[in-house]
Each structure stands twice: as C-alpha cells, then as structure tokens.
Design a protein around this ligand. Structure first.
Ligand code: ZN
Length: 69
C-alpha cells in the first residue's frame, strides 16, 4: 500500500530517492532491469520489492475515516 522504506529481507533503504526514481523512469517507459542496474540495486530481494510494490494509498485515502468511533 505505502512505498516500502526498506527492503523487507536485507534492510537496504530503498524508500526515498531509489523508489521514486524507479517509479518515475519506469512510468516513462524505460526498461526496469536497466533502471535497477543504474540505481545500483543488485540483490534480487531488493529488486523484487521494487518490481512488486503497488502504491494504493492515494486510491484508498478518500475512503478512510479519521473519525473512527
Ligand atoms: Zn534487499
């Protein structure tokens, strides 16, 4: 739902610059493999997190109740 702060397996910080850069470049149509290689994301655990994360927080936020009884 939210972008991951760290890799779930090895703990490498990928939440800030790396995740945003990856999302932006892949949405422009670049090859994900090439982007991850250039961002120096080498381990397959970190690459799995980048490839499999679906950010849904903006879709769910309008339905969230902050006045939960
Ligand atoms: Zn990792």
């Amino acid at each position: 739902m939210l972008p991951p702060v760290r890799c779930f397996t090895c703990g490498k910080p990928i939440g800030g610059k790396i995740f945003q850069e990856f999302q932006r470049r892949v949405q422009r149509g670049e090859d994900p493999k090439k982007v991850m290689d250039e961002l120096k994301v080498k381990r397959y655990c970190c690459r799995t997190v980048l490839l499999s994360t679906v950010v849904l927080v903006d879709d769910i936020a309008p339905y969230h109740s902050f006045n939960f009884p």
